[in-house]
Design a protein around this ligand. Sequence first.
Ligand SMILES: *[C@@H]1O[C@H](CO)[C@@H](O)[C@H](O)[C@H]1NC(C)=O
Ligand SMILES: *[C@@H]1O[C@H](CO)[C@@H](O)[C@H](O)[C@H]1NC(C)=O
Length: 989
Amino acid sequence: MGWLCLLFLLFTACQFNSTCSSSSNSSSSLSSGHLCHPDDSSALLQFKNSFSIDTSSDWTISSWQKAKDCCAWSGVTCEKLTGHVIGLELGFLRGKIHSNSSLFFLHHLKRLALMENDFEGSPISSKFGGFVNMTHLDLSFSNFSGPIPFQISLLSNMVSLNLRQDAETVATLSLDTLSLNRIVQNLTNLRELQLFGVDMSLVIPDSFKNLSSSLTTLVLFDSQLQGKFPESVFRLPNLRVLNLDFNKNLTGSLPNSNWSSPLETLGLSYTRILVDWHHLTRSLKSLRDLSLSNCTFIGSYLASLGNLTQITSLDLSQNGFGGQIPWSLLNLERLTTLDLSGNNYVGQIPEVESNSTGIASLYDFSKGQLVGPIPRHLSYLSLSENSINGTIPSWLGSLPSLDQLHLGSNQLGGNIVDFQSRSLSFLDLGANKLDGLIPRSIYELVNLGWLDLSSNNLGGNLEFEKFSKLQILGGLNLSFNHLSLSFNHLSNNTWPQLLLLDLSSCNISEFPYFLRASQDLDMLYLSHNRIQADIPKWWLDLGKDSLRYLDLSHNSLTGTVGQLRWKRLQYLDLRNNSLQGDLPIPPPSTYYFFISNNQFTGEMPPTICSLSILRILDLSNNKLSGKIHQCIGNFSQSLSVLDLRNNKFHGVIPGTFSKGNVLRNLNLNGNQLEGSLPRTLLTCTELEVLDLGNNRIQDTFPNWLEFLPKLQVLILRSNKLYGEIGIPETKFPFQKLRIMDLSYNRFSGLLPTKYFEHLTAMINLQEHELKYMGEGYYQDTVIVTIKGFEIEMVKIQTFFTTIDFSNNTFRGAISNVIGKLKSLKGLNFSYNELTGTIPSSFGDMSNLEWLDLSSNRLVGAIPEKLVNLTSLSKFNVSKNRLVGPIPHGKQFDTFENDSYSGNTGLCGLPLSKTCGAHQSPPSSFRQEGDLEHGNGFDWKVVLMGYASGVVIGISVGYLVLPNGTPDWLVKVVGRKQRRRTVEITQRRA
Ligand SMILES: *[C@@H]1O[C@H](CO)[C@@H](O)[C@H](O)[C@H]1NC(C)=O
Ligand SMILES: *[C@@H]1O[C@H](CO)[C@@H](O)[C@H](O)[C@H]1NC(C)=O
């Protein structure tokens, strides 16, 4: 939910803050005194004419006219006696400021405020050093770039220097140590220094040691500072505001003796500065605003925080704090803002209880403790991303000045309480377990700018009209509940300020027509609905100049798409619909393009070559034909996933991959590609998944791929590959490889024992941590054969390992070396011409879940040691020349006849052929004899076997078939123990 908040920050900055639409008018026209100096007047007019002016804002210099006295112009301040311009405050300008700008003719300027402009990356001219009497310089958020000139240090009268940067802009300002040293040494009157967002990665933080002792404000937020921050800055006698937030490599610590500071605002979030609670709370008695998100601490906050009696704003988010929330914080008398999000807090939110005298106070029922009075002054509370359970207490809904409430990503249940705080502008209850209907009171919150109720169990039919009073809604997320949303009666209602609308999985059956009026729409998600229609013409103009994210996936959209007109689109998801016709191509601004599982036909249009910053291209499961455009290899400087599987592409694989590409997944499975494998694949050093299965590629085994250091999945299944695998050329070939499928080809010769010896990822046991391959928006998908079933792994677990060499003509013996592959889950050598015996080292592959050696020419006995494979659930050695008794015990009591058929020499259960007296059963059979009875089976043992190993397989879900039950488990165990089996599966689900 991080992006949501970020977006909201931007949104609030413009909606509620004065900074964005700062129209505070500081011009002071003088009724008496001199008129404006003519030199200054003409300099100002010249300056005005060098810009294009954003006329949509009311704050503008367009009213400046020659005839009038320039001292009366808005934004201009003059000196009484001389008529010289000494103050200038301007915003909303667009254009460059060159060093010959007439601005620099205004020598007498003392205060210059040029914030919120777009100077298009102009450098800050050294001419700024010419304003000898300058006391206040504010160039914040104005899109300057390049180095800050050292000439700023000539402004020795400077009191306030503000060079804040917008973190979003690409071009940034930078400052080096030399210039900083000059500024610090020469500006002895400096009280405010704000270098927010200025790149100071080259600055030695020690330079700040020499800052003027008159300094009251130092803001170095997100400045890429690294190294040790000088302790002496904390000791500056007049410092009231110190913000070092988001300098992730800044180290140091707070002073630990003789420290007493008037600091009121302290921000150390996301730095590596050690925070000693004891020193902090003892020395900073005036602290009002404390921001310690993601910090490193010494001591316990619980004992100390009570000392911060002046605190109004406290941010302790993202610190991994656990246990109960220290509710006593709510007793801090002046606290209005509290952020405890992103910790591991558990327990419930305290409830109101009235005592005998009728005074309501908060009571923590989980601890059985009185908390204190209701914190009526609270205006911002964030407890999101914790594990808080219970219900939302009603007092939270009636706090008189509550502005923002963040409770998302917890375990809160029950109904949503009535929210009566009309002041509420942000309400996030998403990703909880809330149920019932959306309470009526929500629709009365006329100041609501953001509402997130997503991913709960809210139900009911909901007419969107109900939101009609929430006219300033900027973001609304109702996705993934059990709501049925309809848009009837919406003819006149619009939400002009909407930036984000997420109505995924809301049972919607039509395109929301009212969105036409939302001119600034930025993100729109309507996936997983029931929209069964052609995309209407008007839709393509929706947010034409603003829309960046559009998700219409998982609907039943029909018809053709036509030309896309969204100019700023970055993310387009049309997956899983029934769209047809030519493949639409989004604008060149697109990063993510998903259009898989549709019916698109025809060839890749050449316009696809314009998508040069694409990161993910997923065209899989369509009916596209023709050749794969060579240009696709060219834009791999940004492309990380190219998924074209299951189309009808023919021709050769593009050979245009070049050095420095970042391709991570290349999936061309299920096409009609031919020719040989291009050697330029070797430039894909980031490649993790290479799936070229089910094509017509004709080549020898690509040994050279062993150089790819990150390759984890290699699928060459069902092609026309031939010849021997050979031996490795490097010391660590395929060291990350976990899935290797060479089946259904024409490979021959001996098994590649030398490779097996070095498959490090299969040799070393992996942590069984549930992780999947892929990234943010995209999960790697491949089809693998597991236990004889072709299964599409929608997600690839990072510990899934398998080798499939079946259906080739490999010959010779299986080496003992194979037993080294301890993390292997599946091994299939079936349908080859292998000879010799089954190595007993197979018994060492303790993770093995399926083993298929059928249809070879193997001889000898089945090694007893295989009984050790407690995870084995599918075993097939049929159609060989094996002899002797079948091992018994553990998993071997679950295999049936067809595992062994076609080996005339095998005997013992489950085969009907009994073994002769000399063929005694394996010893493990006897050891566990006490558990057995009757026909030699004990289901408890079987189930224990599953519990120890196989259930891990179930738990992570790669085997669960559509009906939710693992097919093989039902087959083996189900007939007798169905209920028990289902229990196991369900518990894991
Ligand atoms: C700067 O201030 C001094 C002292 O007030 C004054 O004499 C001088 O003229 C000013 N210079 C300019 C360029 O305004
Ligand atoms: C400091 O300011 C004075 C003018 O007040 C100037 O002459 C001098 O060069 C400056 N020093 C540095 C190091 O910039």
